[in-house]
Write a protein that binds this ligand. Sequence first.
Ligand SMILES: [Zn+2]
Length: 167
Amino acid sequence: MTPHCPRCGRPLPAVPPSVCGSCGYAVFVNPRPTSSIIVLDGDRYLALLRAREPNKGRWDLPGGFCEGWEHPADTAVREAREELHVEVRLDRFVGMFIGEYRYQEEVLPVLDCFWIASIVDGVLSPDPSEADGHEWLPLHDPPPMAFATQDVALREASTLLGAVRSE
Ligand SMILES: [Zn+2]
């Protein structure tokens, strides 16, 4: 699909980064940041069954896209409130990974940020519009997740915690 100028709608001369030949607008494609949490209970983590596309029916971590000028750490806490109805404490930053998000016939680059988190208040009750169910799954042997960056983040979290425990 030929990319179009988001300002004037004419076809761009090349895949961005490029400059629109009609209006002169410089077009860049940057990853969109997301934040997700690995909520732990002992050696298990909280997984949600995705209720929505993309990847409906796959195991997912609580999280979502950062809004506007929101700090990714604030996104993580907000998403826990909205999706799980709990307050979380972010215990440890796991890392950020470049992934892809297929939606509305587009493939967008995303910058997925992950924290290990704990529930500090509230009763876990995942929002049914986001999750068809939830399960506490083994951190050291997780199933394939909805997004490849989640597989990487879970491995990373498992390694981090293993290192902490052997200290
Ligand atoms: Zn243009």
